[in-house]
Design a protein around this ligand. Sequence first.
Ligand code: MG
Ligand code: ZN
Length: 363
Amino acid sequence: MKQAVILFLVGWFVCVSATQGQTATGKSEPVRNIILMIGDGMGVAQVCAAITVNHGQLNMAEFPVTGFSKTSSATDYITDSGAGATAIAIGEKTYNHAIGMDADTMAKPTILEIASHHGKSTGLVVTSQVTHATPAAFVAHQPDRYMYEQIASDFLNSDIDLFIGGGLDHFTKREDNNDLTAFLASDGYQLVYKMKDLEKIKSGKVAGLLYDDKPPRYSKGRKDMLPEATKKAIEILSQNKSGFFLLVEGSQIDWACHKNNDKYMIEETFDFDEAVKIARQFAEKDGHTLVIVTADHETGGLTLPEGDLKSGDVKAKFSSLSHTGIMVPVFAFGPGSSQFTGVYENTELFFKMMKAFGFPLEQ
Ligand code: MG
Ligand code: ZN
């Protein structure tokens, strides 16, 4: 009888500890996988607008751990997406427009590259061109975000296993007349140009260049590309028993807010939240996956002067056509998530991910 009780208690302790990413000795167990999800330009008001239209519910808002990230860059109170993503990717504040470089234009290893160095599979899924500032900051090292063709070349020099988004032209219609898709193919990437062809791929390296330039907005033909590609990316990357790092970006929340277009903004936030649902469902089943949902900065200076949770009506009022300095939310789920509570600089996201993965800071 006594033994049974002790066994039960030990079982319970191991069980509870495992869900918190701790071993029975209290030491943190490294997280196997991290899915980092960035809603570009997605501040608290954007999240709140989507919650209101959806009558009070949003997947990201159901994450158990919440925090705030401060987004200023090394040079400006208001960051751009290059510096914002680079801060998260390398753990250092840099100048606006930088891609994977510090304030002295020194290339620094990104969390994606470090994860790859430690034997993990890596990937990204975005609703912009794959060469656009946010994804670029995790893969490329260039002094300026608009050096799209050089950024495309950096994909070839990287170890990334999978990338899905737009921007095919940056690989094929280039000033140097090179067709980078030929190099990608000889590097072992399966080239995919249509969503229906992506569905057929079950494993291996993937270069998913689904659109010549920008993907269209959700309601103008993109449909469920982001959640579906996220699902496929997880299916492929999770085959590596050493784990994976996946970046998912809802790129167009920012573009909608630059246009002060509330319908477009809510549509894109919903779409991003569907990808969040896919990530969380995987993490719940897997038990070794940390999911982080955040933003690089707020866009539009959005506020909500009127709303109704019952009818789902919300009045969105923008105060800017550009980015603002407002803190952005961080939602975290899974082992290692407890360290994401509080208010901190965006650079801390890098160090928290490093710690969760159990990577030493000195490489
Ligand atoms: Mg972006
Ligand atoms: Zn922007």
